[in-house]
Write a protein that binds this ligand. Structure first.
Ligand SMILES: [Zn+2]
Length: 220
């Protein structure tokens, strides 16, 4: 798992640079670097994130061309094509770390919440397919936190949705399950804060690589 824990450390460092306005990645996106990558790639992490325009994975982790294999879909949901994309990168490039990254104020989680509270509008069949994947996690949060305010439901809904996607990747593919069993793949969950620019790795992080940023900062 050394390769995965090193990859995680690289993401943490990059995010710290980004959040403190000390990003260096433009240096790694030069024409020379592009030319180097024509013959192949070896991305060190796979990021499954939301398509939200405010959460561009490469910028948030301060990485350049060839560093990250990024899958973006509204609500960072896992459907067969997302599982297939992770399988592709893990088996073809030997990438050992997968991060499912949700974010604060996620519109798809809001849509699922509104629907559960009877405030949802009509959705196309295609959009439905996305919201339907988010709804069960949000539903569990709503059911267990009857007195919670909207902001709390929102926050917990985002995390529950990330956990569901992590769980799906860990158990929804024979190939990924085998890699995980052989210590050749790590799948973890994270949340990006629109407010602070920081990514909190909160699900499935090995104890030796540091605790959740949120807990470290003493915020519960
Ligand atoms: Zn989102």
């Amino acid at each position: 798992m050394l390769k995965a824990t090193r990859a995680l450390a690289r993401l943490r460092e990059g995010n710290r640079r980004f959040a403190s306005d000390q990003a260096v990645a433009s240096f790694f996106s030069s024409p020379a670097r592009r030319a180097e990558l024509v013959s192949g790639q070896e991305p060190f992490a796979i990021i499954l994130g939301c398509s939200d325009s405010r959460v561009p994975a490469e910028l948030v982790f301060d990485q350049g061309f060839g560093d990250l294999f990024v899958i973006r879909v509204a609500g960072n949901v896992v459907a067969p094509s997302q599982v297939g994309s992770v399988e592709f990168a893990a088996s073809r490039f030997g990438t050992r770390l997968v991060v499912v990254m949700g974010h604060s104020q996620c519109g798809v989680v809001v849509a699922a919440l509104e629907e559960l509270q009877g405030r949802g509008g009509r959705q196309s069949r295609n959009l439905r397919a996305i919201v339907d994947r988010v709804r069960p996690s949000v539903e569990t949060v709503v059911a267990s936190r009857r007195d919670a305010d909207l902001e709390t439901l929102m926050r917990e809904g985002v995390r529950a949705n990330v956990r569901a996607s992590v769980d799906h990747l860990r158990h929804g593919s024979e190939l990924l399950e085998r890699l995980i069993r052989n210590d050749a793949l790590m799948v973890i969950g994270a949340e990006y804060s629109l407010e602070t620019g920081l990514v909190d790795f909160f699900d499935g992080v090995p104890a030796s690589t540091g605790r959740s940023e949120r807990r470290r900062a003493g915020r519960a």
